[in-house]
Structures are given as C-alpha cells and as structure tokens.
Design a protein around this ligand. Sequence first.
Ligand code: PGA
Length: 243
Amino acid sequence: MKIIRAKDYKDMSRKAANIISAQVIMKPDAVLGLATGGTPVGTYAQLVEWHKKGDIDFSGVTTINLDEYRGLPRGHKQSYWHFMQVHFFQHINIREDHIFVPDGSNLDKEEACLEYDRIIQRVGGIDLQLLGIGMDGHIGFNEPGEVFKLGTHCVTLTESTIEANMRFFHNREDVPRQAYTMGIQAIMQAGKVLMIVNGEHKAQIIQRAFAGVVTPKIPASILQLHPNFILIGDEAALSKMDM
Ligand code: PGA
C-alpha cells in the first residue's frame, strides 16, 4: 500500500489524474473502473482539461462504473450514468459503446448483477480502479457486513449513506434505498487500485480502514491486501494516519 500526501483537494485531483493519464498513455485500450461522488469530480475535470489540450486520448478506453441506483434509468438526473456523462464522458472522446454502468432500470436483481459480471469478464477485467470511500468505509456500494460480497450484487443502503447522498436529491425520501454495486472480487482483481480522499470528516474512517484490521465491517480495509493499492489523501483526510 502506497500513501501519497496531497496539499489539498486540487492537488489530490491532479495527482490522481496524473496516474490515470499515465495508465491510458501506457495502455491506450485500458479498462478504467470509475467512481461517482463528490471526491472524483476534480479528477475528472483535470482529465477533461488535459484531453482538451490534446494530451490524453480516450478513443480506445473502456470504462466500468462501480455502481448505480436500482430503479433509476439512465435518463434520470440523479442516476450515476447521468453524473458520469455530465462530469466526464460528454467532454472526452470515449466511444459510447465502451461505457458501462450497472443497469439501474433492470429491476430483476439477479439478472442485472449477472449481466454486469459478464461485462466485466468480457472486457478482461479492470486495469485501474478509481475509488472514493464512504463514511462507513464502503467502496462502491459495498456496505459494511459480515462477509465480503464477491460478485456484483444488490445492496440496501445504510442510513449513513442515505444521509450522505441526500445532498444530491430534493429530500430524503427521494434517495433510492437500493443500488447495484460491483463486488469486492472485481475491485481486488484490478491491476491497480487508486483511492482518493479529502476532508477531515474522512480522517477517522481512513484510520480505521488502513491502520487497523481487515474486516468486512469496514469494506475498504480489504485494500490493505491489494498488491498495487495507492491512497491519495489531502492533509486533513490523512491527519490520523501515523506516517
Ligand atoms: P463522496 O462519496 O466522494 O461523495 O464523499 C464517496 C463514496 O461514498 O464512495
């Protein structure tokens, strides 16, 4: 596990974008595992800027997003599909048929999850997985539990996740209660895992996840076992890590 200290959010975003662009330069047909949330917005903005300058070509890249709300179709303003379009895909030269996000409009849980696992297999797995971390230690929507769930699965969101995601909706009732998420296996099999984190509110969960025991009660803790895991945090988020 490699920990990289960033000065602030902007610095964190630039460092993450640098690693992602290096991946795409080294392997133009790379498979990137991507994340939504507030944390990666600056990383995507930086990649878009470099793309517009002609520095990164996404024409051969495939993307596999971590998760999607169950019940929200692509067109829905709060869907993660929409989020990715607005913050990233609309601004780069990625092929539409190279973009994958779990199908939130498919209410058949089993079918939706199996289909996503088939897609991950078909593209040959993930070269670089970008991750944020939830306040409860979730990665994607792998919420705390008794076991690590390996494949893509449907989750019922925890109260703390619903609380955290409320800011994107008009009110609490509008936040979907369930989501489809990539499982721990596809994340752990990624060639490289890059987690970005900022803010003092994340300092405690970062300490629990990466300076404590590996447990499904803190899903991110399993990344301690990944052979190529990079954590980029700003000063505030890393303030409780002894280093
Ligand atoms: P955030 O979410 O980037 O909006 O803090 C991270 C996550 O829940 O994985």
